[in-house]
Write a protein that binds this ligand. Structure first.
Ligand SMILES: Cc1cn([C@H]2C[C@H](O)[C@@H](COP(=O)(O)OP(=O)(O)O[C@H]3O[C@@H](C)C(=O)[C@@H](O)[C@H]3O)O2)c(=O)[nH]c1=O
Length: 184
């Protein structure tokens, strides 16, 4: 597993080693010992999620507040997405900073987004399937969101014209970064 740093020190890219032979290929998509060594602490994954999206679908920016804050280990198993993590911890030196990484079935990259970050992704291919592990269970009451095109965050979403972005109603109506309830 290749571990690659990003512009945000706690957000990491994991690139599995792929073993190919005449039958096809094999990879470890998750190895607790390798993962926890890279992250530096124990990470209790308790839920796995899987979603399917059409081109231009943008899910996010989402998070859950404590005590249900979620770390997420995310990847695309079909198609291509552009994935974003935003540091929303007021006490952090990188508060309000974001990183974007392309995740695809082809590059097999995974992104570790710790608790305290908002997360979103847009589908760049015709369709995508997206799978992720989370460190806390889904809890509707703890859900928070920030609007995807917040001017203060100024996330440089790629390729898709704004008019073609496909949003859930709740995401279109999400609060600005300035108004959202975030992490203290
Ligand atoms: C996230 C989630 C949703 N649901 C339900 C609620 C709702 O009726 C339906 C669809 O939910 P959503 O519209 O919130 O799905 P979606 O927009 O895909 O939400 C996800 O977006 C990405 C960016 C994340 O980071 C995730 O943590 C999660 O917030 O699924 C669950 O039952 N369990 C869950 O863990």
């Amino acid at each position: 597993m290749n571990v690659i740093a990003t512009a945000l020190p706690e957000v990491l890219i994991f690139e599995p080693r792929v073993f190919s032979d005449d039958r096809g290929w094999f990879m470890e998509s998750y190895n607790q010992a390798v993962f926890e060594k890279a992250v530096g602490y124990a990470v209790p994954f308790v839920q796995d999620n899987h979603s399917y999206s059409k081109r231009g679908a943008l899910r996010g920016l989402h998070f859950q507040l404590p005590p249900y804050a979620q770390g997420k280990l995310v990847r695309a198993t079909q198609g291509r997405v552009w994935d974003v993590a935003v540091d929303i911890r007021k006490s952090s030196a990188t508060f309000g900073k974001w990183v974007g990484v392309e995740l695809s079935a082809e590059n097999r990259r995974q992104l570790w987004i710790p608790p305290g970050f908002a997360h979103g992704f847009i589908t760049l291919s015709e369709t995508s399937e997206f799978m992720y592990k989370t460190t806390a269970l889904y809890n509707k009451e703890s859900e928070g969101a920030i609007v995807w095109n917040d001017p203060q965050l100024a996330i440089q979403w790629p390729e898709i014209p704004a008019a073609d972005v496909l949003l859930a109603e709740k995401d279109a109506a999400a609060p600005s970064f300035k108004d959202a309830r975030v992490f203290d």
